[in-house]
Design a binder for this molecule. Structure first.
Ligand SMILES: [Zn+2]
Length: 465
């Protein structure tokens, strides 16, 4: 892990008062020292290449693709074997990376999970890296390694996309994104310029208590999951509360948004909604346009393909799966990875802003809006519940089952090596995250059946919404 992130994580562990004092000092530190050189380089690169022609962007993307393919060929058993079997040479990768890519098989969460060691680069120990996990509607968490440098780089992209609705390094955010909030129910982070609130306690009582604090902070943005944005607007409608006039936009990502919800949030809040598509694997990142609700995939971030249900490249207007090859993960390269997220592919040019990025709409992702209900029938969304915990390593699948507000059973399908202490750790972890809003009991089961339509649900919810 990079020294800067280590420091920031250490900062996060300090007692709150001490963090506040240190944060005041951080305000006088120039921005580039807080986020680092990789962040600055990436920001500049995005700006320099933003309005290149279709051809120039394709060339840029192909060069990045050649670099990651060559790295995978030289340092991972999985890709090397496959390329060798297909007669692909280093020369072919350098000369026509796009063709080489389409000759390769798709990878998936399953193929990676079953062959982790083969996907790992032999350079792993020389590259600073982290061990992370991702969930999704299959309910099977995937564990993988990823370069530590991705965080600073990704922040450059996130900030760039938000800048389309006016965001800059001085912007303050109010955040409802599943942070574990201790004590008084909110906390400030002056490094990221956020005031964070709980996503587990969205009761009228809690929201009434914190609403003056939300106004006092005079935020420029509200940063949340779509389902949380919805809960906030429903509260505003019931209570007649409004957002501060300082708010420019509501930033929503990491979860599906359904028909009519954007309009509802925009109507009630009186603010623009800005959305983006991304995932923990860091292969494709796509923020909306400033002029339309189309997602624009960053060609500097990863190589994106849109694959229709016949396994072929989608034509504009076709519903397709988002398939990504990331440029940031060199520890464990993800090449032609089927994300399990779907969209309508629209083309390689946005007529509204002039960027020659791949554009798409109607994202149907892995992250649904399933919810648990707290003791006071408060809504807790699945995206906030997601834990990136190593304790899930020995779990094949999990699912919540809820019949009464404030209580839930967590079903675990164990892998080999699962123990009673794993069960207890997972149970404790959720109970501590929910801070008394939901009492979780973890049980071990043999299997979790799919729904009648063959889908997996994170939450087997018996309470009507
Ligand atoms: Zn555009």
């Amino acid at each position: 892990m990079e020294a800067r992130r280590k420091l920031y994580n250490a900062y996060g562990m300090l007692p709150y008062q001490l963090r506040v004092s240190l944060s005041h000092i951080s305000r006088i530190i120039p921005f580039k020292y807080l986020y680092g050189e990789k962040y600055i380089l990436m920001r500049n690169r995005i700006k320099e290449t933003e309005y290149l022609s279709v051809r120039e962007l394709r060339d840029l993307c192909s060069r990045e693709l050649a670099t990651i393919l060559l790295h995978a060929y030289k340092t991972t058993a999985y890709y090397r074997t496959q390329m060798f079997d297909k007669g692909i040479t280093e020369k072919a990768i350098i000369q026509s990376p796009d063709e080489v890519l389409t000759a390769l098989a798709f990878t998936s969460k399953r193929s990676i999970a079953e062959n982790v060691a083969e996907f790992l680069s032999s350079k792993k120990d020389r590259i600073p890296h982290d061990y992370v996990s991702t969930g999704g509607t299959s309910g099977e968490p995937l564990y993988f390694y990823i370069d530590s440098s991705r965080s600073a780089k990704e922040w450059a992209f996130v900030e760039d996309q938000w800048s389309r609705v006016g965001f800059n390094t001085e912007s303050r955010r109010i955040t409802f994104r599943g942070s574990r909030i201790r004590g008084k129910g909110w906390e400030d982070d002056w490094i990221t310029k956020e005031r964070r609130f709980s996503s587990f306690e969205l009761t009228d009582e809690y929201l009434k208590r914190i609403w003056p604090l939300l106004h006092e902070f005079a935020p420029h943005y509200i940063y949340a999951y779509p389902s949380t944005g919805l809960s906030l607007c429903q509260f505003m409608e019931r209570s007649g509360k409004t957002l501060p006039v300082t708010v420019n936009a509501v930033l929503l990502g990491s979860e599906n948004i359904y028909e009519g919800q954007r309009e509802y949030i925009e109507n009630v809040s009186g603010k623009r909604v800005f959305m983006w598509y991304g995932h923990s694997e860091k292969l494709v990142l796509a923020g909306e346009c400033e002029h339309a609700n189309y997602y624009h995939a960053y060609p500097q971030y990863g190589y994106v393909e849109f694959i229709n249900d016949r396994g072929m490249p989608a034509q504009p207007g076709e519903f397709s799966e988002i398939v990504g090859t990331g440029f940031m993960n060199t520890v464990m390269p993800f090449i032609r990875y089927r994300t399990g997220d779907y969209c309508t592919y629209l083309g390689d040019h946005c007529p509204k802003c002039g960027r020659n990025y791949h554009i798409f709409s109607d994202v149907r992702g892995r992250w649904t809006q399933e919810v648990l209900y707290g003791q006071k029938r408060n809504v807790i969304c699945m995206s906030a519940i997601n834990v990136h915990s190593k304790t899930f390593r020995n779990v094949f699948r999990f699912q919540f089952f809820q019949e009464a507000p404030g209580k839930a059973i967590l079903r675990l399908v164990p892998k080999q090596g699962f123990s009673e202490s794993n069960r207890k750790t997972i149970e404790n972890e959720f109970n501590s995250k929910f801070t008394g809003n939901v009492d979780v009991t973890a049980i071990v089961v043999d299997d979790i059946p799919l729904t009648k339509t063959g889908k997996f649900k994170f939450i087997d919810q018996k309470i009507e919404r």
